[in-house]
Design a protein around this ligand. Structure first.
Ligand code: WTA
Length: 635
């Protein structure tokens, strides 16, 4: 049984042990799983290359631990509880036995279509059970899944397919999301016209009764390929360090990179963190509202909960359909015990008014969680009062795609809580704060750059196809440190508060985006010469996107140009990257070496033009006044 901490005192003891003897500690946790062969060595590492290997020589299959292991003890317990978009549509359930059979059938269908261990399979699907089943089917046969959030554009999908040369893409026909009926397969068809030559098969799940074009000989129906397969599929024996999945995420430069996670360490850590952060007890109903297209969905809808033998709710819809009480209606309907969502959703619902929370029985809720961005105090208080009724601890979970699992967070009710503070590191996690010169900030009541000084089992191993990029991005800023890109404060009690990104990454409605990526998209517009994108504080989204754009010639119709730019960004990345504000300028403030002074742009975007500091050393100080005068009023 995975260790489950039951008090703050116990946490302190366990934490101490995990730091004094990390290998012993993680070996104990790993021993609670089924392995085909035990590891020879718990850990080999250096952060220089970097090289990170956990449970070296160990052999396992993660799906045997998610599924087979539970068949005897909880085969008839619900594993996945699917709540469809339409509130009156029937709920679908998969018991552990049924999920096991569905995963095996799908795995056999993948094999029948030529997918082997190590092959990459891309998913572009809405939140339906088949997405979780497909992902697990890959893991069953050792194929590497790469899930792409179904809100990304055809171009973004094609970029990701090509970067990891996926052999198959699995999609749905359409996606019913709120009142929208979104064509999914069409986006895949368009992506396939963009040199995705590696794709041999497009497996289409019939999610609605919409018509799709299946004329490309590569296209096959999921039901035709899967339904007739045998429900038995022996699991591929994987090395602990074999790749489990790739998940693309944005950084401060260039195109999104494929973060690589491996089988053994990811399994041990997601399970451990799930059980401890959410204090999951047998029989509980757990619901994470994230999309499987992001890391939160991977680790805390699929793998963590299933490894722990939990009942995990999957929700197809949106928080505001058919009305803003949907989350609470679902919590009441399924008697949800742990509820995990993003601050942006909390703020959006809070803005709709308290009446939408009233009249629902939320007494089943034992733990509330948040993730993805800093939670402001007002939203924290609202969540605590209106949803938790002052009785449910809030776990503010800080982590990243690269960390694989939750790093800093309370453990259910067993940790001190302080609004806007994520709190203390999980066992085995050794955070530290550095100043910009790389000096370690000792003691408490300090603020600096958040780094992690020792490996943990679910950490990033590499960026797909480009190990040097991994080294550069995370391990080169400071020697022997993993640099998170976040700034953080450690208070007088040693609790951590995450302040936000210190690099050119912005966080819009909990979606992580590189400003360079949005700029590159904007620059695709033929009239745009140069652009600079920054984040600005936004009441609901956390950060909004503010774009400064230089055009080749004076623009007669600015509104028309703005619309065209939004269309270009939607085409290149997807609607989630659309700037909220576009200011057309004649120049950008630059240093004499040609570097854009983003500090000034951020300040103007935030609506504060008062004290921009010394601009006299700029190459073009005169543009600052122009930018200030043209600033788009704070909305
Ligand atoms: C931010 C999401 C404050 C942070 C799991 C991090 C947070 C980035 C929190 C990673 C939190 C995540 N409080 N900020 N509780 N959780 N972040 O890769 O800036 O999509 O670096 O992973 O989100 O985003 P990602």
């Amino acid at each position: 049984m995975t260790l489950q901490i039951k008090s703050f005192e116990e946490y302190k003891e366990v934490y101490k042990r995990s730091v004094e003897d990390p290998e012993g500690f993680w070996a104990e946790q790993a021993a609670t799983f089924n392995w085909h062969k035990k590891w020879d060595k718990v850990l080999e590492w250096n952060f220089r290359e970097p090289k990170i290997e956990w449970f070296v020589g160990g052999k396992l299959n993660i799906t045997e631990n998610c599924l087979d292991r539970h068949l005897e003890s909880r085969g008839d317990q619900v594993a996945i509880l699917f709540e469809p978009n339409q509130p009156d549509a029937p709920v679908q359930t998969y018991t552990y036995k049924q999920l096991h059979a569905a995963v095996c059938k799908t795995a056999n269908a993948l094999k029948a279509n030529g997918i082997k261990k190590g092959d990459r399979v891309c998913f572009y699907m809405p939140m339906v059970p088949e997405l979780a089943i497909g992902v697990l089917a890959c893991a069953r046969i050792g194929a590497v899944h790469s899930v792409v959030f179904a809100g990304f554009s055809a171009q973004a999908l094609a970029d990701r397919i090509k970067d990891s040369s996926c052999k198959m893409v699995i999609c749905s026909d359409y996606n019913d999301r709120g009142a929208k009926h979104i064509p999914v397969k069409t986006v895949v068809d368009e992506a396939l016209t963009m040199d995705c030559d590696s794709i041999e098969t497009v497996l289409v799940h019939k999610n609605t009764n919409g018509t799709v074009d299946m004329s490309d000989p590569r296209c096959k129906w999921w039901h035709e390929e899967v339904d007739s397969q045998s429900p038995v599929c022996e699991a591929e024996v994987m090395d602990a360090e074999d790749m489990l999945f790739i998940l693309y995420t944005s950084g401060s430069t260039g195109k999104p990179k494929g973060v690589v996670h491996t089988c053994g360490g990811y399994m041990v850590y997601t399970s451990f963190s799930f059980k401890n952060v959410f204090q999951y007890q047998d029989g509980d109903i757990y619901w994470c509202t994230a999309d499987i297209g992001w890391i939160t969905g991977h680790s805390y809808i699929v793998y963590g909960p299933l490894l722990a033998g939990a009942t995990t709710v999957m929700f197809e819809g949106v928080p505001t359909y058919p009305d803003s009480g949907r989350f609470w209606a679902v919590c009441e309907k399924h008697k949800v015990n742990q509820f995990y969502t993003a601050p942006t959703a909390i703020r959006a619902l809070m803005a709709q008014g308290d009446k939408w929370t009233e009249g629902y029985d939320l007494s089943s809720i034992k733990v509330l969680g948040t993730v993805g961005e800093p939670i402001n105090e007002e939203a924290w208080e609202w969540y605590n009062e209106k949803i938790g009724k002052g009785n449910a601890p809030i776990v503010d979970t800080w982590w990243q795609t690269e960390t694989g699992g939750i790093m800093i967070s309370g453990l259910g009710a067993h940790s001190p809580m302080k609004p806007t503070y994520a709190g203390y590191p999980l066992p085995g996690i050794q955070p530290c704060l550095l100043d910009s010169d790389g000096k370690l900030l000792e003691g408490n009541d300090v603020e600096g750059l958040l780094c992690i000084k020792f490996p943990w089992p679910s950490m990033i191993r590499t960026t797909y196809g480009d190990h040097e990029r991994c080294r550069q991005t995370y391990f080169s800023a400071f020697q022997d440190m993993y640099f998170t890109g976040d700034g953080s404060r450690r208070d007088k009690d040693g609790m951590y508060r995450i302040i936000g990104r210190v690099d050119d990454v912005i966080n819009v409605s909990g979606h992580r985006m590189g400003t360079a990526e949005v700029e590159n998209a904007i620059n695709e517009h033929p009239k745009v010469v140069e652009s600079a994108v920054v984040g600005y504080p936004h009441d609901i989204k956390g950060q909004g996107i503010y774009a400064y754009v230089i055009t080749a010639e004076p623009v007669a119709d600015e509104e028309a140009l703005r619309k065209e730019i939004l269309a270009v960004v939607t085409r290149e990345i997807g609607p989630i990257a659309k700037p909220d504000k576009i200011q057309i300028v004649s120049g950008l403030p630059k240093t004499r070496s040609g570097k854009i002074m983003r500090r000034i742009l951020r300040k103007v975007a935030s609506g504060d033009t008062s004290n921009l500091g010394d601009v006299s050393t700029l190459l073009n100080p005169e543009v600052v006044d122009e930018i200030k005068d043209g600033a788009l009023a704070k909305s």
